[in-house]
Design a binder for this molecule. Sequence first.
Ligand code: ADP
Length: 671
Amino acid sequence: MEKAIKEFSYEELLKKVEEQDILIKELNNERQDITNFEYFVKDSPDLVCIVDSDAYYKFVNDSFSKVLGYSREELVSIPFFNFIHPDDLDITSSTFKNLAKTSPVIDFENRYIKKNGEIVILQWKANLNRSNNLVYAIARDITDIRKTQEKLLSSERSLNEAQKIAKFGSWDFILMTQELNWSNELYEIFEFEKIPNDPELYNKFKSCFFPKDAEELSINIENTITNRVPYEMEHRILLPNQTIKWVFCTGVSIVDSNNNVVALKGVVQDITQKKQIDDAIKAKEKAEASNKAKSDFLANMSHEIRTPLNGIVGFTDLLLKTKFDKDQLEYLSTVNESANTLMEIINNILDFSKIESGKLELISEEIDVYELSSQIINLFKYEANHKKIDLLLHIDENVSQFIVGDSFRLKQILVNLLSNAMKFTFSGHIKLNITQVEKDETISSIKFSVIDTGIGIKVQNQKKIFQSFIQADNTTTRKYGGTGLGLAISSQLLALKNSELKLSSSYGIGSEFFFIIDFEKIEQKQNNSVVETSIERNKSSKPSNSLDNYKVLIAEDNKINMLLAKTLVQKIVANCTIIEATNGYDAVVLAEIELPDLILMDIQMPIQNGYDATAAIRKSKTTMNIPVIALTAGVLNGEKEKCISHGMSDYITKPIVHTDLEKVLHMWLKK
Ligand code: ADP
């Protein structure tokens, strides 16, 4: 069959050729378009892709491969979901599927996993071309931006926390827009509810100021804007709920590149607590200062009162040993007793104030329990004898002879208990009983009891007598004297050693005051044996006077004290040569020239005090071995340690008591 060939006219052929030309041109244009597109997106830092409806990349640019680390071939070979972080798959696939409805999608974010396993965050703009069903998408790698934002957020969080901890709020005020921004903490400080862009914030803030401070704030702000002078204010604020707080406010000006003030910035710190602490510290310092002034006054006063009292006690003591008629003797004894009582009262008040102000510290030294107890008993021999009372001392055989403690304070407590017993006992006996309660390798618990057969204490009074300035009943002072401080001081001293003064008493029968203290033991120096002393009445306890022909230097600035010391030394040491110095400096010089056998050294002296003078004496080869005995007021804390540390050999407290001086002279002059 013959093929039918359509014949075209020349015009028709020409038209066909033209149509062909157009098609070729369009094809060329399209190719050019694709080349142009590829060329256009090739070097774009953004990730550009075209995705078909099956989720395959039809096209990815170089950045896409570069950012994700996959080659173009790898990227186009599998659906794009394979490159997405598993946690972002759902949201990405639903966004992709809904593109028909939601296109264009702007600022969609998801995470891709790079070939090396790292994660990148991409932010997408995607558009569905409904004519060819292709998605044209462009993404930006915002990983670094997000990281920076995260860091910023975390530092903002830290700043907020820091502000919270420091009670520190910050603010800024933009002049152009009149916009005031407060940090969260500032809202907390002012206890305001946070309202975004609150136009009333500044007024609310200022209404918390007291009028004078509000006026100062306005002037400060004005000054900061016009003269760029930073300001600082510390003042109170009154919150709407009527709470008062203290704040510290600062403000500075912020300038632009043309040096124009564009904003103000500042901080407000809640210093209420700090103020309260400052006030408490100030009050404490004030109280401490006045307490110190009181203690200083008491110490000084005691020194001033003690000096004349020393004279009265010392000389009446001496006078009593001379001959008088009965009346004179009685008057003189009364003077002597009164002076002694006054001295005791002063000592008690001083001790009490020292304990109250926490200034009294116990020292640790070796104590010979045997020696200490017999010394104490000796003090009461005369009176016991006089009152016809038996005075007994019992020390258990297993009590450690040598212990570590504060002998002065232990003695003070026992003397106080014994003098009370003596005061309130008129027949029978008084006994100092020392027993071992518990003992281990290092610690020895010793019980000290003072037992009397005196008037006893009514049950209802047994607690209150331990309080300061309290006596069993109102008649006590009249009948027996006293200040009501002795037991309180003893209790407080024992409390410093974690011990307690206890009482067991039957009214009309007698009393027992006792306490237990833990002492550190020291190596046994002597075989223990039961010490049982019954002090026979009438037995004299005077040490034999066998001191003869010594040279004693006395350094003392007070004339009465000098005379007393001189008289007593001359009484104790036969044929004694006395050299007198009225200040520390003279004492040092005279010691060099005279080379005395012993020096009695007052502490408080003009020109050079007793400590410095002793130190100088110890420095010189010629005088370094001379015994120096301190004459202390015995009231200042650590006075005894200070004496020893300055090279003094021993000390006696004023008023100089005949027996004390005698003991010391016997001890040091015989060496
Ligand atoms: P003071 O003896 O200076 O008054 P204390 O504190 O030593 O002060 O004693 C307080 C009171 O306790 C005494 O006034 C007395 O009433 C009572 N008291 C203390 N010891 C005894 C005792 N051994 N016998 C009877 N009463 C005592």
